[in-house]
Design a protein around this ligand. Sequence first.
Ligand SMILES: NC(=O)c1ccc[n+]([C@@H]2O[C@H](COP(=O)([O-])OP(=O)(O)OC[C@H]3O[C@@H](n4cnc5c(N)ncnc54)[C@H](OP(=O)(O)O)[C@@H]3O)[C@@H](O)[C@H]2O)c1
Length: 307
Amino acid sequence: MTDGQNALTGLRVAVLGPGGVGGLLAALLARAGAAVTCLASATTAERLRADGIRVESGQFGDFTTSVEAAERLAEPVDVLLVTVKATQLDDALERAPADVLGDALVVPLLNGVEHVDHLRRRYPQAGVVPATIRVESTRTAPGLIQHGSPFVTVDLVAVPPLEQRVRRLADALERTGVTVRVGDGEAAALWSKLNFLAPLALLTTAAQATAGEVRASRREDLVAIIGEVAAVARAEGAPADEDQVVAFFDGVPAGMRSSMQRDATAGRPLELDAIGGAVVRAATRHGIAVPVTARYVDELRERHPGS
Ligand SMILES: NC(=O)c1ccc[n+]([C@@H]2O[C@H](COP(=O)([O-])OP(=O)(O)OC[C@H]3O[C@@H](n4cnc5c(N)ncnc54)[C@H](OP(=O)(O)O)[C@@H]3O)[C@@H](O)[C@H]2O)c1
């Protein structure tokens, strides 16, 4: 890079699914100077082209920024951020053909673990980078994003031969104000989020109650699920300490809810299979018994057919 250039200069980013997560990152990157194209349905793409993305955020301020938008990726990009929900992934990927994407970095920010292998099979030439995001951000209408949390933290995994390109992306995101951590453990990155998220999502959704309520009323199940997920995480090669997760759960705000719970309340499909189903499948592969997790997954599947 020469003087006056930085990681954002000339960086071409496509964002597949400009919702709570994707819309926020698309707007931050575009505002900071990256060339951003959102891949979305015809109606959403038209709205974004006409009005840009409006972000309301305590951390980043309220702002509107213009972005490119298309129904389908037509030109190569440096980075594809995949920010649809797990239940929308297969349909959405049709918008990013492998031959156009080429060897781009593909960075999925979905919750869950199995999508990484899925994307590697689908885009054999691309560099699929396991990643997670910690944020609370909601798409209230196409192109309207409310960012509620006072932070956005992205964890990226940099493994050979992608380190340099991952570090450029990390640098670009940091320049927008996002906190970025770059690690080298794939399993650790993915399972460290699931260790907390799976128990939170399963319990709050099944009970239709807050974290504070379930940690009192369903404590035995909470401790059991945390222990089961931690055992699976360790078998997958990720460090996991159930006592720490229980302590963390006890420390989160009592009113905390999960996005799975919000999806259930709104009658939307749940990311149950990507979160709970993935734990049960990994447990089966490793011969680990996860009876309480499996009971919650089965019960929620029955209550929310198709999830
Ligand atoms: N939101 C958070 O605070 C948060 C935090 C951490 C992790 N996550 C995870 O991040 C992922 C995304 O969640 P989210 O809350 O950002 O979801 P979201 O707000 O519902 O956004 C999903 C976006 O995907 C778009 N979409 C759906 N089907 C599509 C398709 N076939 N082609 C193109 N775009 C399509 C939707 O488009 P329309 O706008 O046209 O409907 C929407 O903009 C999930 O795995 C979630 O668990 C979310």
